[in-house]
Design a protein around this ligand. Structure first.
Ligand code: TIU
Length: 217
């Protein structure tokens, strides 16, 4: 299929759709992300195209993996370097508008209704920005024989980038769908995507979801 910086080849049998951190606290109005002063409309724009990609992936039987960023309730999996950031009243574990911020089991931590995982789809709870650090993702992908990842979700320059970088170092081919990843900052979105495909595809490929859907169906 056409992609930047050159065509991306994939076999659906060894490819997974990865949907990163489409959680209420990052995406929805009134959530943690908005509380930090971010404009969530940039992230909400990702939902409709991602719904189409998810529905199509399910139709053709692609492996679907969801991730959620968050911590166990006693925060024992949250290092001080991550915990002690920013305004104490808005820190991880503090009471937020949709439950304790980034704590597993809280309403705001869960995935938005539009993209609710189906039974049988893998949901990876991750303590970090990357999806491999501190999770079973690498082992699960090896078990499934997955070698290529179609990467979507939020935010482009944070958890999407960290995951793509982790995946690249582990030998996975990564295609990032440009309209299915979002940032609170338009300039980070643009540059974040450019950074992936620059230098001959230093971390992977970038293409719009329309190109991926054409290749898949
Ligand atoms: N999922 C993810 O990207 N976590 C973040 O904290 N992102 C921000 O941009 N803050």
């Amino acid at each position: 299929m056409p992609a930047d910086p050159y065509p991306f080849e994939f076999d659906p049998a060894t490819t997974a759709l990865v949907i990163i951190d489409m959680q209420r606290d990052f995406v929805e109005p009134g959530g943690f992300g908005e509380t930090l002063g971010n404009d969530v409309s940039w992230l909400q724009a990702v939902v409709p195209p991602l719904q189409i990609v998810l529905a199509t992936a399910r139709e053709v039987g692609l492996t679907v993996i969801h991730t959620r960023e968050g911590h166990v309730p006693d925060l024992s999996d949250c290092p001080p370097a991550k915990l002690n950031r920013g305004d104490p009243s808005l820190r991880i574990g503090a009471p937020g508008p949709k439950g304790r911020i980034l704590v597993r089991g809280e309403y705001g931590h869960d995935i938005i209704d539009e993209l609710t995982p189906l039974p049988g789809e893998l949901v990876i709870d991750k303590p970090g920005k990357g999806s491999f650090h501190g999770t079973s993702l690498g082992a699960e992908l090896a078990e499934l024989g997955i070698t290529s990842l179609i990467v979507t979700g939020v935010t482009t320059e944070v958890c999407v980038h960290t995951t793509v970088r982790e995946a690249n170092d582990r030998g996975y081919e990564c295609l990032v769908l440009s309209d299915c990843v979002g940032s609170y900052f338009p300039e980070f979105q643009r540059v974040g995507l450019e950074m992936i495909s620059a230098q001959g595809g230093i971390f992977g490929w970038v293409a719009p979801s329309s190109a991926f859907l054409s290749a898949l169906t």
